[in-house]
Ligand binder design. Structure first.
Ligand code: B12
Length: 491
């Protein structure tokens, strides 16, 4: 059996990082971990090929080769996914689909032959067994959660790793918190399920053997969801694994209560984590209460962020406007918070109600649901009727983006961050592409860019005050260029 694994195109969004990736000659942020994991679950005798259309073209010859196509997608890839499915159906190849887009909206994909929903660990084996006997059903789903200790290591070997900026790896699924707007608990449950440290070490060894030395993203919904397991098994194993090896800085997603645990922050930094994404959402306590974001309530969030930065981890933050409790002052408060915290990568979105969330149910009940969410929570759209009125919300939102991604505010924020940041011990080895990226940024941002004055000021300031963070300063200048392009396109 020839199995073609297909990953649709991402639009030009905040996280596509498209404009930044050009500087390092990469085509996409990271390979599709879901598909690589599914590939590892297919029968050993099948021939497997991956085409991620973000990094290579899908040829008619590839489709002619395939006996079966397995496609994965997030909601944000909907348009490209539909086009690819259509193309497969035109040439008569069987299409099997799974992943968050299809699990969230199975009814919208009438052309798909087999929908393998939820986690493939549970739904793929019965499908494969039925397929072999010639009686495969159209839909396979489950209300159970998989034991990830049985998840096989992803087949990274079928991806062309050189085209990606970051590799992904997953230790746990699920999050103990239950924020009203977030679909993680619906998709993966509240009890974090962890792999063993041995599984992670084996996966890292695979990547190391394939020659990877760059950043690795632990794609956990909340890495500190099960602190005990993290502290006693994973982190000691990572600290040990790192000895004698170069490269492999780690990044991940956590909740803000990481700031309460000096010991855990120290262990994470020693293990090589130098960046964490945190859902900060809002500095307003009433809005935090409204969305049940209990872990963020009644805290000095700026101080928390700085504590994490001082432990050697950059904080990237998610922010939301459009809560029922938001007053007109929220827009300026968000700007002030973001600037003061030195959160350089601030993902700001309008409150949306994705499938599976409690918010979606509440909005439906209150008659305020306007339709389906787009799947991109940073595109300036919403599927709910905000209490402050859509016009006021959109204007306020635009003013946040205009401000925080203007060269003046952005570069000021980078300096605020670099002042606080403890230099991480682990870094990506300096290769040709990274050296060229410095030259490209010097030209693109420092000569023809609108931000040239701020760019050179930052470079000199960093060389003078934090010379060991020079690479970080260049990377952040490049990311800022991408964010500015994407945010400008939205207005
Ligand atoms: C890593 C990640 C990213 C990476 C991209 C990785 C990549 N190249 O694919 C980055 C950071 C770029 C990213 C960005 C975004 N992401 Co994202 N991301 C994740 C995250 C944290 C992990 C995904 C992952 O690798 N999981 C590990 C693998 C093993 O699991 P999996 O992909 O779910 O696959 C399993 C099953 O779904 C199934 N399966 C998957 N595919 C297939 C295919 C077949 C044929 C079969 C049978 C089964 C199957 O089997 C797998 C094993 O169980 C998830 C949350 C999560 N826990 O999944 C969010 C998530 C996928 N992202 C989401 C969103 C909304 C986004 C963004 C729009 C904005 C944002 N806030 O993050 C952007 C858009 C991207 C863009 N470029 O425009 C949503 C998607 C919701 C939806 N309904 O589609 C999720 C679920 C988070 C959430 N809480 O809502 N993301």
């Amino acid at each position: 059996m020839n199995a073609l694994l297909l990953y649709p195109k991402f639009p030009d969004t905040f996280w596509s990082l498209k404009h930044a990736l050009r500087f390092i000659h990469k085509r996409a942020a990271s390979p599709p971990l879901g598909l690589l994991t599914v590939a590892a679950m297919l029968p050993a005798g099948w021939d497997k090929r991956l085409i991620d259309v973000n990094v290579s073209n899908l040829d008619d010859r590839d489709l002619a080769w395939a006996d079966i196509v397995l496609i994965s997608a997030m909601a944000v890839q909907r348009e490209s996914a539909c086009q690819l499915i259509e193309r497969c159906k035109r040439v008569g190849v069987k299409v099997v689909a799974g992943g968050s887009l299809f699990t969230g909206e199975p009814d919208r994909f009438g052309q798909v032959d087999h929908l393998i929903l939820n986690e493939a660990e549970l739904t793929l084996p019965p499908f494969l067994a039925d397929l072999e006997q010639g009686r495969a059903k159209r839909v396979y789903s489950t209300d159970q959660f998989a034991d990830v200790r049985n998840t096989p290591p992803p087949l990274w070997g079928i991806a062309d790793l050189r085209r990606y900026a970051v590799m992904s790896i997953q230790f746990s699924r699920g999050c103990p918190f239950d924020c009203e707007f977030c679909n993680v608990t619906a998709l993966f449950g509240r009890k974090p399920r962890t792999k063993s440290a041995g599984q992670i070490v084996a996966e890292l060894n695979d990547l190391y053997d394939l020659g990877w030395r760059g950043p690795v993203f632990f794609v956990d919904d909340n890495l500190i969801g099960n602190k005990k397991e993290l502290r006693t098994t994973l982190l000691p194993a990572l600290i040990e694994w790192r000895k004698g090896r170069r490269g492999f800085p780690f990044l991940t997603q956590v909740s803000i209560n990481l700031a309460d645990d000096e010991e855990l922050m120290g262990m994470m930094a020693d293990a090589g984590f130098n960046s964490v994404f945190i859902g900060i959402e809002t500095p307003d306590n009433d809005s935090l209460l409204e969305c049940s974001k209990v872990q963020n309530k009644n805290r000095d969030l700026v101080a928390d962020v700085k504590r994490i930065q001082r432990a050697g981890m950059q904080v990237q933050g998610g922010f939301i406007v459009g809560f029922d409790s938001d007053r007109p002052s929220i827009f300026q408060r968000q700007i002030d918070f973001i600037q003061a915290s030195g959160i350089v990568t601030a993902m700001v979105g309008l409150l949306q109600a994705p499938p599976g969330t409690r918010l979606l149910e509440r909005m439906r009940h209150e008659g305020r649901l306007l339709g389906a969410s787009t799947g991109d929570n940073v595109d300036g759209t919403t599927n709910i009727a905000p209490l402050m009125g859509l016009k006021a919300l959109r204007e306020g939102y635009a003013s946040i983006l205009r401000h925080i991604y203007s060269p003046k505010s952005y570069y000021a924020r980078v300096r605020t961050f670099l002042r606080e940041f403890r230099t991480p011990s682990v870094r990506t080895p300096l290769g040709l592409q990274r050296i060229l990226a410095v030259a490209r940024s010097a030209f693109r941002l420092g000569v023809i860019g609108r931000e040239r004055i701020q760019f050179w000021r930052l470079m000199w300031w960093t060389l003078l005050h934090r010379p060991r963070l020079f690479g970080h300063a260049v990377t952040l200048a490049i990311s800022g260029y991408h964010f500015r392009r994407v945010c400008q396109a939205q207005k």
